[in-house]
Design a protein around this ligand. Structure first.
Ligand SMILES: NC(=O)c1ccc[n+]([C@@H]2O[C@H](COP(=O)([O-])OP(=O)(O)OC[C@H]3O[C@@H](n4cnc5c(N)ncnc54)[C@H](O)[C@@H]3O)[C@@H](O)[C@H]2O)c1
Length: 313
């Protein structure tokens, strides 16, 4: 049984707390957040101690691993701190703001012998597991292209403000959602080098992050991708995988298969059920225990950041 502390109890920290309730392989041992009102209430609810500074956790709690759900600029320093203190780390996506930071994290993991995983959660979603099965079974032939269109009000009042600062978030819609789109491709094809053409800008306001982007990418195995993000309108979120004999479209947690004769079939995803954050956590626990695991490691997280750096370049 692994003792796991959660650092950062904002929006996604809660999903990790919920995931922990579903598993026997780990237990929540501490919570940490600089926002005392929120963390104190959660700690009382889960009957664990809480901390305002993550550096204090190890003084009084027996911890095997941490899950870091922090603003992006803190991912590197917090990961390195815990790895250097002999604690395994699952850090939320994107791994860090730069490849150079990713390298420091990988080096700290290598030196300490402690595991570093990155919370790229796409591979645990039911529709993505379906697409992976379609790809691996070859039932629609070879994969040739990927497209994603995602639009959202990126500058909505309820978005935590750090997301709108280049210094704190490392970028805007590309750093945040590009990490997910690239993860979808890399989940199916393995992390790869990519050639990229992109246009990234902000025409909306004076935030120093981009609010829209168009990206054309070619993966080293020849598959191409076209990704469009707009942070200025309401939600379209369509992802398509184009195969030799048809297409799979993902939307709203569903997957639809379009075959070459015009037949359209809603995929039955019942066999892929379960809470994706619990699945991810289970794979992280296996990884920490030295068992076979599909959790994404530091090298995978670095490949995503390398592609994002190319998009910005
Ligand atoms: N996997 C996903 O689907 C998914 C979805 C949303 C966010 N994320 C990622 O999760 C991470 C957190 O995002 P979020 O949406 O939960 O943001 P958030 O702002 O809601 O949560 C971040 C939390 O970190 C706390 N914090 C800030 N500085 C701290 C410090 N020094 N020590 C301890 N706590 C500190 C904040 O008070 C806040 O509660 C980001 O990397 C984001 O990209 C992933």
């Amino acid at each position: 049984m692994l003792n796991i502390a959660i650092v950062g109890t904002g929006i996604i920290g809660n999903s990790h707390i919920q995931a922990m309730q579903e598993l026997d392989s780990c237990r929540l041992c501490a919570l940490c957040d600089v926002n005392e009102a929120v963390v104190a209430e959660l700690a009382a609810e889960h009957n664990v101690p809480y901390f305002l500074d993550y550096k204090d956790i190890l003084d009084s709690v027996d911890v095997d691993a941490v899950i870091l759900n922090l603003p992006h600029f803190l991912h590197c320093e917090a990961s390195v701190f815990f790895l250097e203190h002999g604690i395994h780390v699952l850090v939320e996506k994107p791994m860090a703001n730069t490849v150079e930071e990713c390298d420091r994290m990988i080096e700290a993991s290598k030196k300490s012998g402690k595991k570093l995983a990155v919370g790229h959660v796409q591979r645990y979603f039911a529709p993505m597991r379906f697409v992976k099965d379609v790809y691996e079974s070859g039932r629609l032939g070879k994969l040739c292209m990927f497209t994603e269109i995602r639009t959202i009000n990126y500058f909505a009042e309820n978005r935590p403000k750090w997301f709108l600062s280049k210094e704190k978030a490392g970028g805007g819609i590309v750093m945040n959602y590009g990490a997910h789109a690239l993860d979808k491709l890399f989940t199916i094809l393995g992390a790869q080098d990519v050639e990229i053409l992109s246009s990234v800008d902000n025409i909306k306001n004076d935030a120093d992050i981009e609010g829209h982007a168009q990206i054309v990418a070619k993966l080293s195995n020849g598959v191409s991708a076209a990704i469009t993000f707009s942070g200025y309108s309401t939600s379209i979120y369509d992802t398509c995988f184009f195969f030799e004999n048809g297409m799979v479209k993902l939307n709203g947690g569903c997957a639809t298969v379009y075959d070459v004769n015009g037949q359209m079939t809603q995929a039955d995803l019942s066999q892929y059920g379960g809470f994706h954050f619990a699945y991810q956590l289970e794979e992280f626990c296996k990884y920490v225990c030295g068992e076979e695991s599909i959790v994404t490691d530091g090298h995978y997280g670095r490949a995503v950041i390398k592609a994002i750096e190319q998009i910005y370049a």
